[in-house]
Design a protein around this ligand. Sequence first.
Ligand code: AMP
Ligand code: ZN
Length: 461
Amino acid sequence: MDLYFYNTLTRKKEKFLPIDKKEVRIYSCGPTVYKNATIGNMRTNIFQDTLRRTLKYNGYKIKHVMNITDVGHLVSDGDEGEDKMLKSAKEENKSPLEIAKYYTDLFFKDLERLNLEKPEIICKATEHINDMIEYVKKLVENGYAYETSTAIYFDVSKLDEYGILSGISLDDQKAGARVDIDTEKRNPYDFALWIKAPENHLMKWDSPWGLCYPGWHIECSAMGQKYLGEQFDIHTGGIDLIPTHHENEIAQSKGKCGKIPARFWMHGEYLLINGGKMSKSLGNVYLLDDIVNRGYEPIVYKLFCYSCHYKNKLNFTWEAMDSTAKSLTRLREGYQKHLLGDSNVSKEIIESYENKFHEAINDDLNMPQAVSVVWDVVKNNIKSKQFAELLDKFDTVLGIDISKKPEEKIDIPEEVIKIAEKRKIARENKDWNESDKLRDSINELGYIIKDNKDGYELIKK
Ligand code: AMP
Ligand code: ZN
């Protein structure tokens, strides 16, 4: 069956065929490991996982590279401000290495909890400094880069066109350009490839231009080329990367070898919170931990993300999490119902569902449509093991553990709830002694009380 993806580069849905028939080569921009990944970041990772699983469903082998940005991403997403890693290291009183390790481990723990496949190759920027130096040297040699007193810059005016991914012309950009801090820059949209480190800068490496550290974009060009070659099949990331990071990756690659590094560029849209941006100042930055602490299985969030096409904005609410949790239970109950069934269904019926599901995922990862086919199978009145097998097959793409037995709902005794309510009031009154006593009473009755943002959750011991 033909496979179609929307390509940001051509602004069209296009038939996908890999360069090498057997193996699809993908590069995904990974996390900057200076803070916790949010559920917004995870939406982008869920989209990337769906892409991987869909390609596998179509019989392809995959070589998927994801970088870990542990140096060079400045607070402004441009060439200004402090390195995010150093800022976080200072704030948390740790070394940049400790910060990177801590947040990298948490990131992979989140991927695991969401049942997201790990890319075949994970590469850290700090372990590829020489590859980056070689890349920058080649850009200087080819006449695409120049040195100033603060950095080595990429000269965007040397390209035949700059802005092909975001569709902005250099003239428009010049008109709206900001006043630049670095007066030695030739064009406002020139960007730093390699930055000269101030004396007390913690992360710096020897290079032909003295002690420096990399700009944000060079790592992905250097590592992408190292592991996937000068041109590979798909490059992915969040939508915010289009006009900045990805545009500059294309510029670098064109300057080095004349090629756009990937044929398909796929971007995931943003997750919104209650219709707006997730931001620290609004206190609505949610992590996967927040979802778990409120008693949801992480997979509920994944299923929730499938309710919207990856190219559309998705609005997160706790009400939506509640209804998705119920849906997940119903899907699993439906699976169990079929598993116990002994009816036979015709090959044609199975194939018809299978085709509909396959068409949905092959149509630019249309997960809302794919999930509606899953519901049709689940709801079919004929109880058949063949349907359970089909759902297992669909779950190789969904990864929602559909064969897991739904957890039995436990009825909490009225007596326990009453004590929990009393304890809630005690806590509101900051009567910690009373609160501890009531916790012990709940324990004695065989239940555990966990506090959360909504109040509490009761679990049977
Ligand atoms: P950041 O940690 O903000 O640099 O984000 C890392 C990646 O996650 C970015 O490239 C974004 O594309 C993606 N991302 C950040 N916030 C969101 C969001 N609210 N929804 C979807 N993706 C996001
Ligand atoms: Zn990148």
